[in-house]
Design a protein around this ligand. Structure first.
Ligand code: GCW
Length: 704
C-alpha cells in the first residue's frame, strides 16, 4: 500500500471513530461512561464491588434479573468495577409498598457495600436505578441513604400510535411498534424503551391510539401485542390497550355494541379472557368514547358509567382496569365546551365500578400551553380520578420548539381544588388515600418514536424524564428535575448545567408568551395545530379560534363568570370568588375567565393591550437569549447535539416572530391601538400571515 493510501485509510478510520463517538442521543439519561476519579467516586467504587438486594418477598423474578444486569453494567461503566450482586431476605417495610426502596452505602463482612431494600422485586429494580442515578448525578456530597416510594400506583405512557405506524401528534418518527414483523421479530428497542421507562418508575404502557382500531383485538394482532408485552415485562412495564367501543360489531359479528346487551357483555368477557391467556399481566383498557367521532355507550342511549362498568366487569376477574377518558364534548355552540365534561361526568360520581379510573386531562380544554386545572378534580370524591398529561408537544411547538413541561405539570399538580378542604391539591386527589390507592393513575401521552434520539428534539427527552419523575413523586421541583436531567444527559460541568437549566426552566413560559399570553387559548392553526390562526372562524364553532378569544373592539377573552358561560361555578366557592373577580384573578388566567377591556390597567401599570403586546415580544426575546447562550456552549457540548439544537432554536426564533406578528396584527384590528415601544414592527402585513399554509406536518397524517 502506498504511503498516501495508508494515510487515507488511517484518516478515514479516525473519521469513523469520531463519528462513532458523536452523540446520537440514543442512550437518553442512562449513560454509563467512566466518572472522573474523585474521593467520593473512589468510595463508591469500593462499595460497588458488592451490592446486596434485600427483599421481603425473597422471590426471584424476571425483574430481579434486570436489576442485576443494570447494576453490573452501570458500575462497570461508571466506576470500572466488577459487581457481585447477592440477594437476602429481610423484614417487610409497610411504608414502602410494592414499589418503594431504600438504598444505603453500608458495610458487609467488614467491607463497604451498597444495600438496596424493598418489599418486592419491582422495588429493587427501582432502587437499582436510583442508586446508579445518584452516583451519576455527580454532586459534591453523597446523597445516600435514599428512601422513596411512589404515591401514584399506575404511572403510564399512552401511545397515540396507529397500527400503520403513524403516530397521532407524534413528532419523532414512526411508531416504535413494528407491527408487521411482530411477533416474529422483537426489536431490541422494546427492551431499551422498557429500561428507560423503568429507570423513572413508569410501570405501564398503552400501546395504541385512543382513536382506536378494533383490529388490535383480533387473535392475530393480540399475538403481536403479547410479544411486546414479553419484552417489556422484565422491566415491570405492563401493557394496556385502547379499546374501540364498537369492536363487537367490527370484529365480533354482533349487531350491536350496546353495553347492556348480554351478548355484548359476554363478547367482551371472552375477549378479555383470550387476552389474559396470552398476556397474564395485561393491565386493561383505555377508552375514548363518544368523543370526536369515537363510538361509545351514548350511541345506544346508555351512560358513560354503563359503558365503563361493562368493560370493568369483564376485566375484574383478571385484575384489569378501565381507564375511561373524560375528554368529551359536543359540537354545541351554545354550551361552553370547557364545561361539558364536568356536566356529563359529575352526576355519575359513585356510579363507577371500583376498577374504573376516570382519566382527566390537566385542563378543561385540550393541553393548551396554559389552562386552569380541570374542575372535575375535586368534584367526584367517590370516583378514582386519573390525570392525563401530554408529553408530546401538540400545542407547544411540537418536535421543533424547546418547551420543558415540568413547570406546566407542576402548576396542575400543585393546584388546590379546595375540595374537600384547603390543601386538596390535584396531586393529592390523584393519589387518593395516603400511599395511593390501587387505582391511582397518571398518564402521559408519549413523545417517543423511531428517531434515533427517541424524541426528535434532543432536549425533549427532558419531558419524558420529567413525566416519569413527577409521576413517581409529584413533589419534586421543576428545578430539581431539570438539574438531574441536564447532569445525566449533558454532564455536570457547571458551565453547562447552569445556563441549560435556565433555558429549560424558562421555556414553557416563553412559549405561552409568544403563542397566547394572559390566559388566551385555542388560537392554533386548524388541523395540525403548529402555527397561529387566531382568525379561524369557519367550521365547527368550538374548533374555531374566534370561539375562544372573543376579541372585539372593547376587549378580549372568554367570560366564564356568572355574566358569561358560568364555568367558574364548576370550581369550589373559594376559587370562583378569587378567579371570578378580574382584580384578584391571576393575570395569567385573566383572558380564560374574563372578557377584559383593551384599556384595562394591569399590575404593571400598563394597559392590557400594551402588556399583551410586550408579552409576545418577551417570548421572542427569550428565544433569542437562548440562542446566544447555546452558541456560547459550543466547545462544551457534543457537536452533533449542538448543531441539531442550534438549528431548532433558530427555527423557534423564526416561529416566535411569526406568532407575535400574525397575532398582534390580527388583534390590532380590534384594539385599534399602536404597538407599544419595545415591540418590533411586523415584517409583513396581516394578509401575508393569513396566506401561510403548512402541509404534511408531522403528527398529522391527514396532511391538512
Ligand atoms: O388534543 C386533541 C388532539 C387529538 C386527540 C384528542 C384526544 C387522540 O388534537 O389528536 O386525539 O385531543 O385527546 O382524544
Amino acid at each position: 500500500m502506498s504511503r498516501l493510501k495508508l494515510a487515507l485509510v488511517l484518516l478515514s478510520a479516525l473519521g469513523a471513530q469520531a463519528l462513532a463517538r458523536a452523540d446520537d442521543g440514543y442512550r437518553l439519561w442512562l449513560r454509563y461512561d467512566r466518572l472522573p476519579a474523585t474521593t467520593l467516586h473512589a468510595a463508591y467504587a469500593a462499595a460497588a464491588r458488592q451490592v446486596i438486594l434485600v427483599s421481603a418477598s425473597g422471590a426471584d423474578t424476571a425483574v430481579d434479573g434486570a436489576a442485576t444486569d443494570e447494576l453490573c453494567a452501570g458500575m462497570k461503566g461508571l466506576l470500572g468495577v466488577e459487581t457481585r450482586v447477592t440477594r437476602e431476605s429481610g423484614a417487610a417495610q409497610p411504608d414502602l409498598g410494592d414499589e418503594g426502596y431504600t438504598v444505603s452505602l453500608s458495610t458487609r463482612g467488614g467491607s463497604p457495600a451498597f444495600v438496596v431494600t424493598a418489599n418486592r422485586d419491582q422495588g429493587l429494580l427501582y432502587g437499582a436505578f436510583a442508586l446508579l442515578r445518584e452516583i451519576r448525578l455527580d454532586r459534591p456530597e453523597s446523597g445516600f441513604p435514599l428512601r422513596s416510594a411512589p404515591g401514584i400506583r399506575r404511572r403510564i405512557l399512552d401511545h397515540w400510535d396507529n397500527l400503520n405506524r403513524t403516530v397521532e401528534r407524534g413528532y419523532a418518527g414512526a411508531s416504535l411498534w413494528e407491527w408487521f414483523v411482530l411477533p416474529d421479530y422483537i426489536s431490541p428497542r422494546y427492551r431499551d424503551y422498557a429500561r428507560a421507562c423503568a429507570s423513572l418508575g413508569i410501570n405501564g404502557s398503552v400501546l395504541t391510539n385512543v382513536n382506536a382500531d378494533s383490529l388490535v383485538l383480533t387473535p392475530e394482532w393480540l399475538r403481536k401485542v403479547a410479544a411486546i408485552a414479553g419484552a417489556l415485562r422484565p422491566y415491570g412495564v405492563r401493557v394496556y390497550l385502547s379499546a374501540r367501543f364498537s369492536s363487537p360489531l367490527e370484529i365480533g359479528g354482533l349487531k350491536t355494541a350496546d353495553p347492556l346487551d348480554p351478548a355484548v357483555a359476554s363478547w367482551w368477557r371472552d375477549k378479555v379472557s383470550e387476552i389474559h391467556a396470552l398476556i397474564p399481566d395485561f393491565g386493561g383498557f383505555l377508552v375514548k368514547a363518544n368523543s370526536e367521532g369515537q363510538p361509545g355507550p351514548q350511541s345506544y342511549g346508555r351512560s358513560h358509567a354503563d359503558g365503563a362498568n361493562m368493560l370493568a366487569d369483564a376485566l375484574a376477574p383478571f385484575g384489569g382496569i378501565v381507564m375511561w377518558r373524560a375528554f368529551v364534548y359536543e359540537a354545541d355552540a351554545k354550551r361552553d365546551r370547557c364545561m361539558q365534561a364536568y356536566d356529563e361526568f359529575m352526576p355519575l360520581d359513585g356510579k363507577f365500578r371500583p376498577n374504573v379510573v376516570l382519566q382527566i386531562k390537566n385542563g378543561p380544554l385540550d393541553f393548551q400551553p396554559r389552562e386552569p386545572f380541570h374542575p372535575l378534580f375535586g368534584a367526584m370524591p367517590r370516583t378514582s380520578l386519573g390525570l392525563e398529561l401530554q408529553i408530546t408537544q401538540e400545542y407547544l411547538g411540537q418536535g421543533t420548539h424547546l418547551a420543558f413541561l415540568a413547570p406546566l405539570w407542576k402548576e396542575t399538580l400543585d393546584s388546590d381544588t379546595y375540595r374537600p378542604g384547603p390543601g386538596s391539591t390535584v396531586a393529592r386527589v390523584v393519589e387518593g388515600s395516603p400511599g395511593g390507592n390501587e387505582l391511582s393513575c397518571i398518564a402521559g401521552v408519549a413523545n417517543t418514536g423511531t428517531d434515533r434520539d427517541w424524541t426528535g428534539h434532543p432536549l425533549a427527552q427532558a419531558n419524558w424524564y420529567a413525566f416519569g419523575r413527577l409521576a413517581w413523586d409529584p413533589s419534586v421541583s421543576s428545578a430539581r428535575i431539570a438539574d438531574e436531567w441536564v447532569r445525566l444527559t449533558l454532564g455536570s460541568d457547571p458551565r453547562v448545567t447552569e445556563p441549560v437549566e435556565r433555558m429549560l426552566l424558562g421555556s414553557r413560559e416563553a412559549v405561552v408568551d409568544y403563542t397566547g399570553p394572559l390566559g388566551l387559548a385555542g388560537v392554533f392553526a386548524e388541523g395540525h395545530h403548529y402555527g397561529p390562526e387566531p382568525w379561524l372562524d369557519q367550521g365547527r364553532p368550538d374548533w374555531t379560534s374566534v370561539y375562544y378569544h372573543r376579541a372585539d373592539q372593547r376587549g378580549i377573552g372568554f367570560d366564564r363568570t356568572t355574566s358569561g358561560s358560568g364555568a367558574l361555578a364548576q370550581y369550589s366557592p373559594e376559587i370562583s370568588r378569587l378567579w371570578g373577580d378580574p382584580a384578584t384573578c391571576p393575570e395569567d388566567l385573566l383572558l380564560w375567565f374574563h372578557h377584559a377591556d383593551w384599556g384595562r390597567t394591569m399590575a404593571s401599570g400598563r394597559t392590557l393591550w400594551d402588556e399583551f403586546c410586550l408579552r409576545y415580544q418577551s417570548g421572542v426575546d427569550a428565544v433569542r437569549d437562548w440562542r446566544r447562550t447555546w452558541d456560547s456552549l459550543k466547545p462544551l457540548i457534543d457537536p452533533e447535539t449542538h448543531d441539531h439544537v442550534g438549528a431548532l432554536l433558530a427555527i423557534q426564533e423564526r416561529d416566535a416572530c411569526w406568532w407575535r406578528d400574525a397575532s398582534l396584527l390580527y388583534f390590532q384590528t380590534f384594539s385599534r391601538r399602536p404597538l407599544p415601544p419595545g415591540v418590533e414592527a411586523p415584517a409583513h402585513d396581516l394578509a401575508y400571515y393569513r396566506s401561510i399554509r403548512l402541509r404534511w406536518m408531522p403528527g398529522n397524517p391527514s396532511g391538512k
